[in-house]
Design a protein. Structure first.
Length: 394
């Protein structure tokens, strides 16, 4: 190669290198303009304290969370209190969300990764819009498909992707950019039940419990908190385990949603009344939903906890003093709980039928069933073949 050919080759390399460098810087400036620079925050100017409204919308549902007087509520559920933990977690994730990958995807391909705005065609994503106290928009994002990765706990080469590792996101900017963030944002969904406050009625220290209608009506009671349950009006021997299960079910009440457009009325309404050792009375109304097996439920709490504890029969002086001091320490918490539960009584809830089964038993189901012929005490335990006893060779 002569000197002239070498100089021509060197010039060509310089030209190609300069063109590549120009393309690189052009692409980098595009990332910076759209906020899609790798490692950069998706919403660099967002402050959680500035958000007063969170609007979440998908192809089927519309949800609005509102902050008023320092507390969050769910607009579509009649202003029911929102779960502060869920709201705080969502805002914190939005503030900290960072770009881990930028994609060159145009609007014509948004449907493939569910990034179309809800109501604007197939492949709709989930819209998240934040507003301040004045109602001005401070952020708008569209979340698309979840990015899956191979399960690290499955070393087999044919293992399929199945572990959520991130999510496609249409990031804001002069030119919206498709990016991937490292968090799958599982709590970005327009389902009201997810954001409703989970604090609910806690019916404990039950003294008497009644339920059923007509001939199936029953009432059970106990003299002391740790006494044996009995039928209040006699009539059969009460199954202790059934009574305990019914009382425990009241202490574990939970709901899946709040019904704002449904009423508990008609001939199928069931009433449950629970009186506690704290002088509280819970009156529970139930009716089946028009579709499905779940129940609509309303709970009205009446009564006021006593200011002092009444000693139980045969308590010794030192026990009376110690338990009185313990009661005084817990009284403020009990009074606050009662005040909160009385507020909860203004709503109607959706409750799973399975959780209410122990309470909705008929009187006959609460009675100890007579032994059937052949159920001898000397017979083999369950699981042993007829004629066999433990320890005998099989």
């Amino acid at each position: 190669m002569n000197r002239k050919q070498f100089l021509i080759l060197l010039l060509a390399v310089a030209v190609l290198g300069g063109a590549g460098l120009a393309v690189f810087w052009k692409g980098l400036s595009g990332y910076q303009e759209s906020g899609a620079k790798i490692g950069a925050k998706v919403l660099p100017n967002l402050k959680a304290a500035d958000a007063a409204v969170i609007h979440i919308k998908d192809a089927k549902n519309d949800l609005t969370l509102e902050s008023k007087k320092g507390s969050w509520s769910v607009k579509e559920r009649g202003g029911y209190p929102a779960d502060v933990g869920e709201v705080s977690e969502l805002l914190a994730k939005l503030v900290e969300a960072k770009v881990v990958q930028a994609e060159s995807v145009g609007p014509s391909l948004y449907s493939r990764i569910d990034l179309n705005e809800p109501g604007k065609g197939e492949g709709a994503g989930t819209l998240v819009e934040l507003k301040d106290k004045a109602g001005a928009q401070i952020a708008k994002l569209i979340f698309g498909k979840v990015v899956l990765k191979k399960d690290p706990g499955n070393p087999l080469p044919n293992a399929v992707n199945g572990v959520p590792a991130g999510r496609y996101l249409l990031a804001p900017g002069k030119t919206p950019q498709v990016v991937v963030v490292s968090d799958p944002f599982a709590n970005v969904e327009a389902r009201a039940g997810r954001f409703l406050a989970k604090n609910f009625f806690k019916v404990d220290r039950v003294k008497s419990l009644s339920a059923g209608e007509g001939k199936d009506q029953w009432k059970i009671s106990r003299e002391l908190e740790y006494s044996q349950w009995q039928f209040a009006a006699g009539g059969g021997r009460l199954d202790p385990s059934a009574a305990v299960s019914a009382a425990n079910a009241l202490g574990q009440l939970a709901f899946s949603d709040v019904a704002t457009d449904a009423k508990i009325e008609g001939g199928g309404v069931q009433t449950i009344v629970a009186e506690t050792f704290d002088d509280l009375t819970y009156t529970i109304k139930l009716s089946k939903q028009k579709s499905g097996d779940d129940y609509l439920m309303n709970v009205v709490l009446t009564g006021t906890p006593p200011k002092t504890r009444a000693p139980e029969k045969d308590e010794k002086p030192d026990e009376i003093k110690r338990r009185a001091e313990e009661y005084a320490k817990t009284l403020k918490g009990l009074e606050a709980r009662v005040e909160f539960e009385k507020i909860l009584g203004q709503w109607t809830y959706v409750v799973a039928a399975k959780s209410l089964e122990p309470i909705l038993k008929s009187r006959e189901q609460l009675v100890v069933q007579p032994r059937k012929p052949g159920d001898d005490k000397g017979g083999p335990p369950p699981g042993f073949p007829p004629g066999m006893m433990p320890g005998m060779p099989r």
